[in-house]
Design a binder for this molecule. Structure first.
Ligand SMILES: [Zn+2]
Length: 296
């Protein structure tokens, strides 16, 4: 049972919103590709954990704090016998494990994911203790990419390679049933989860192309009577959906700017006033009065 879903990383949402409206810089393109790769790996792993037994509570992408240290857990499975913690590394290609170092095939040393895992496990342990829980925690770095290969892989239970996944999850098939304590722990962890801070990237409003965009190809759409139409995909979309998506992106990119009828009009330039008013009323709450009316 999924108790907490995974959200697309905020920075990736920002870059996807920006790329429709301007040409991304080289640095932004690199960052986008890195984030997309990680997101793809996490989604693949979510499909893999989707087949585990029903006696499992799944919590994806938790950000927790313990004694002033923030730590992130890619996937946590609460099962009757223990808590299973997974750090997902979607590495593609050949890597080498040498003298306790994790290296690219060319020899460059990268951060050993085992260290990150051990830190997360220690902090999770402390957090559980603070709240009076004494479940064992089993922690793994999982490499779900089908083309990942690690030379001289250490004989450790902490690394899980794709061909091992099935036997791992069967070996630890849930014995027993989940109790109220397991559910209470899942509730606690969800309540302690801290949202990802909004990105600090400076976005210049004036530089962005204002329009509504096709959900299929991300190209600009044209208004056609009550709907919008993408000249590239030849698809029609209802106005409400496109305006709502665009306004969500406005709030994501410009959290400090007020969403008003006038700012929405400028942002969704191709939409009519009537369509914008309807989307604002339907998806947002009106605050303030007179000239101070805005939407949250
Ligand atoms: Zn399109």
């Amino acid at each position: 049972m999924i108790r907490k879903k995974r959200d697309k990383p905020v920075q990736l949402k920002i870059l996807h919103a920006l790329e429709k409206r301007k040409t991304l810089t080289e640095q932004e393109l690199l960052q986008k590709s890195r984030l997309e790769k990680g997101w793809e790996g996490e989604q693949l792993f979510d499909r893999m954990t989707g087949t585990v037994s029903k006696e499992t509570l799944q919590l994806h992408d938790l950000r927790l704090t313990c004694r002033g240290s923030t730590f992130q857990l890619d996937t946590l499975l609460i099962r009757p016998d223990a808590i299973y913690l997974y750090e997902v590394k979607y590495y593609n290609g050949e890597f080498v494990y040498e003298d306790g170092d994790f290296k690219l095939s060319g020899g460059k040393v990268i951060l050993n994911p085992l260290h990150q895992l051990l830190r997360a496990r220690t902090l999770l342990h402390q957090l559980l203790e603070e709240h009076g829980y004494s479940f064992p925690v089993r922690a793994y770095v999982v490499f779900p990419h089908p083309h990942f290969f690690l030379y001289h892989a250490p004989v450790t239970d902490s690394f899980l390679f794709l061909p091992q996944w099935k036997s791992h999850i069967t070996r630890h098939a849930a014995a027993g049933v989940l109790t109220a304590t397991h559910h209470k722990l899942a509730d606690l962890l969800c309540s302690l989860h801290r949202k990802e801070p909004s990105a600090t990237q400076d976005v210049l409003y004036g530089e962005l192309h204002k329009n509504l965009f096709c959900p299929g190809c991300a190209g600009p759409v044209c208004r056609q009577f009550k709907t919008f139409f993408c000249p590239d995909c030849d698809n029609h979309y209802p106005a409400g959906r496109l305006i709502y998506e665009a306004l969500k992106e406005f709030r994501l990119l410009f959290p400090e700017m007020r969403l008003t009828l006038s700012s929405a009009r400028n942002w969704c330039r191709v939409a009519s006033d009537k369509q914008i008013r309807r989307a604002l009323a339907r998806h947002f709450n009106e605050k303030g009065q007179g000239r101070g009316v805005h939407y949250v």
